[in-house]
Design a protein around this ligand. Sequence first.
Ligand code: HEC
Length: 140
Amino acid sequence: MRRPTIAAGAVAVALLAFLVAGCGGGKTVGAVPDTVVGTLATTPSPDASLPALTLKGDATAGKQVFASGGCGGCHTLKDSAATGNVGPNLDSTKPAFELVVTRVSLGKSPMPAFSKAKGGQLEDQQIADVAQYVSTVAGH
Ligand code: HEC
């Protein structure tokens, strides 16, 4: 939720600069509207920031992602023979696809963000895959 706030702030600043320029009489102001256009994301749908939500995951591929991604170091998941206890036991919480995509994409300290867009190591498709896997096998 930080970006929209920043964008709104930028708009406010630009608007203010515009108003000041209007009253001040002809001084060139740095904050031209062009500066704002790029950051002015229209109210983003959840899908816009989490592309993996729009993809169909493959649970078999996701099992590999779970193993190679190091998820088991922090999470317990019986299907993957994972016994980590830093994060929640996924067999107990049985997270839905959407929650796995969200956590894996964005992280939640101390869990790191895995999305490449966030500096992580997983492609959107891999995130969809691991989410499909976890949401399917958790609790079984
Ligand atoms: C460094 C340890 C660590 C690693 C690695 C890690 N997680 Fe997590 N994970 C956590 C912690 C801690 C939380 C709890 C965050 C919170 O809600 O405060 C969490 C939360 C979650 C949740 C939400 C669980 C719930 O029911 O609230 C899911 C789903 C999840 N992780 C999946 C994964 C997957 C899949 C991977 C591998 C791609 C992974 N995690 C890697 C530590 C980790």
